[in-house]
Design a protein around this ligand. Structure first.
Ligand SMILES: Cc1ncc(COP(=O)(O)O)c(C=O)c1O
Length: 398
C-alpha cells in the first residue's frame, strides 16, 4: 500500500486523475503550483494556524460519550466534535484554507457548489472574512431541503445561484460551477468542498482536512494512552472521513469504516451507496466509483441527508477500499433518523443527518465489542440545519 499517493498526475492507483476539458488544464496546473508553493510558505502557514485556532475554534474536543457508551453496553464511544467548529461543520477547515490560498494567488472571487449547504456557508463565511466576492451554486431540491443554509449564505453576502437541471442536487450544481470557472478563470478560484474532482483537489482537500485526524490521534493517546480500535465517519464525497482516517492509515491495529447513505435501502434503488451499488466510471474530472446504468448514464440518488446525496465518491476512498484498508458500509434513512434522536436524548447533542449515518454504524457495532475497546466517531457537523427537515419527516409542524 502506498501512503504517498497520489502520483504526480493525481492517480490513487486506478482512480483519480484529471479528466477535464483543455481549458481547465492550465488553471489546474496554476492551482497545483500555488498549493505546493504556499504549503511551504511560513507567512501562509502562520495565518492559517491562527485562523484555525482563533476563528474556527480548533482544536475541537474529543468527547467521551459516557451515556451513549453505557446505553450501548460495549465499546467506549468517543465523538470528535467537528460540530463545534465555527459555522457548524468540518467544511470550514477546508473552505477557509482554500480561500486563503485564493487570496494569496491574487484571485478576488470564490465560487463553490453545495449540497447540504454547509460547504456553501463555509465558503461564504471565508469569503466574507477575507474580503472576497462569492457565488454559490446549489440544486433547487437541496435549496428546498436546506433553506436555512440558503438564507445564511445570503446574510453572509454571497450570491446563491439556483440550479434547476437534472436531479437538482449537488451533481448538477457542480456542472454549473465548472461552467462558471471555465468562463471566469482569470479572477475566479473554485473552492471544491470535498476530496473529489480533478487533481489536485482530492489531495489538497485531504491534507487540509487531516487536521481532524492529527488532533484525534494526539487526543486519544492523551486520554486513553493508546490508539483507538475503530474509526467511523460518514462518506459523502469523503472529506471528513479522509480527514479523520489519513493520519491513522499506517496504524495497522486501527480499523476504519466509511458509512455511505443507504437511503431507502439498496434494493429500492433509492440510495447513494456508491460502493454497495456502483461501478467504476468518470464523473466531473475524476475516475471513481459511480452510480451509473449500463450505458454510463449517471443515476439519480437519494438520501435523507443532502450532504451524502451524491452519485460519486472521492477517488482515494476507492484505492483504500481495493486495498482492504478501509471498509465501507451504509446506513439507511431510518437508521440515521434513529441515531439523530438517540444522540440528542443520551448526550444532549443534535448531530447533522450526515454524521447520524456514522453514529448509526457505531450504535450497530459497539454492543458486540469489548468494554475496553475504543471507537471514535467523527461528528462532522451539528444538526441545527436539519431540524426543520426532520420535523417535516416526523409530521411535526413548527
Ligand atoms: C455535516 C456534514 N457532514 C458530512 C458531509 C459530507 O461531506 P464529506 O463526505 O466530504 O465529509 C457534509 C456535506 O455537506 C456535511 O455537511
Amino acid at each position: 500500500m502506498n501512503h504517498l499517493l497520489p502520483d504526480r498526475n493525481g492517480h490513487f492507483g486506478l482512480y483519480g486523475g484529471k479528466y477535464v476539458p483543455e481549458t481547465l488544464m492550465a488553471p489546474l496546473e496554476e492551482l497545483e503550483n500555488a498549493y505546493k508553493k504556499f504549503l511551504k510558505d511560513s507567512h501562509f502557514k502562520s495565518i492559517l494556524k491562527q485562523c484555525m485556532s482563533d476563528y474556527i475554534g480548533r482544536e475541537t474536543p474529543l468527547y467521551f460519550a459516557e451515556h451513549l457508551t453505557e446505553a450501548l453496553g460495549g465499546a467506549r464511544v468517543y465523538l470528535k466534535r467537528e460540530d463545534l467548529c465555527h459555522t457548524g461543520a468540518h467544511k470550514i477547515n477546508n473552505a477557509l484554507s482554500q480561500a486563503l490560498l485564493a487570496k494569496m494567488m491574487g484571485k478576488n472571487r470564490l465560487i463553490a457548489e453545495t449540497g447540504a449547504g454547509q460547504h456553501g456557508v463555509a465558503t461564504a463565511t471565508a469569503a466574507s472574512y477575507l474580503g472576497l466576492d462569492c457565488e454559490v451554486y446549489m440544486g433547487t431540491e437541496d435549496m428546498r431541503r436546506q433553506s436555512l443554509n440558503v438564507f445564511r449564505m445570503k446574510l453572509l453576502g454571497a450570491k446563491v445561484t439556483a440550479v434547476d437541471n437534472g436531479s437538482k442536487t449537488l451533481k448538477d450544481a457542480i456542472n454549473e460551477a465548472i461552467r462558471d470557472w471555465v468562463t471566469n478563470v482569470e479572477e475566479t478560484y473554485y473552492v471544491m468542498g470535498t476530496v473529489f474532482g480533478p487533481h489536485p483537489y482530492p489531495v489538497m482537500v485531504r491534507n487540509f482536512q487531516s487536521v481532524i485526524g492529527k488532533e484525534a490521534r494526539k487526543q486519544i493517546l492523551k486520554k486513553e494512552g493508546r490508539l483507538p480500535d475503530l474509526l467511523i465517519a460518514c462518506v459523502g464525497g469523503g472529506s471528513n472521513a479522509m480527514g479523520l482516517f489519513y493520519p491513522f492509515l499506517k496504524d495497522e491495529s486501527v480499523k476504519m469504516v466509511g458509512v455511505e447513505a443507504g437511503g431507502e435501502g439498496i434494493g429500492s434503488g433509492r440510495h447513494a451507496a456508491r460502493f454497495a451499488g456502483g461501478t467504476v466510471g468518470i464523473l466531473q474530472g475524476t475516475k471513481s466509483y459511480l452510480l451509473q446504468d449500463e450505458d454510463g448514464q449517471v443515476l439519480e440518488t437519494h438520501s435523507v441527508s443532502a450532504g451524502l446525496d451524491y452519485a460519486s465518491v472521492g477517488p482515494e476512498h476507492c484505492y483504500y477500499k481495493d486495498k482492504e484498508r478501509i471498509d465501507y458500509t451504509y446506513a439507511t434513512n431510518d437508521d440515521a433518523l434513529d441515531a439523530f434522536k438517540i444522540l440528542g436524548r443520551q448526550e444532549g447533542i443534535i448531530p447533522a443527518l450526515e454524521s447520524s449515518h456514522a453514529l448509526a454504524h457505531a450504535i450497530r457495532v459497539a454492543p458486540d465489542m469489548d468494554k475496553d475497546e475504543i471507537i471514535i466517531v467523527n461528528l462532522s457537523g451539528r444538526g441545527d440545519k436539519d431540524v426543520n427537515h426532520v420535523a417535516h419527516i416526523l409530521g411535526v409542524t413548527l
